[in-house]
Write a protein that binds this ligand. Sequence first.
Ligand SMILES: [Zn+2]
Length: 83
Amino acid sequence: MTGHDENRERAEQDLLFEVNAHVHDAARRFEGVAPEPGHEPWEFTCECGAPGCRVAVSLTLAEYEALRAADSPVLAPGHERRA
Ligand SMILES: [Zn+2]
């Protein structure tokens, strides 16, 4: 793997991290007015960083927050972070 590809994957991962943070934000605001918060799965995006990977990953807010608390990326089944 060349340095260029690694940089691109890192940039991709940063972008997806931000996208998911926005989903999380919106979901938290939405669930703030929901009758039964915490049970709804939200569509996050796989953060493996592979070029073009935009696989949706359904997670509840609690599941997403657990990943963030553990400093783990959001990953679709079978995907792994390479960088
Ligand atoms: Zn992926």
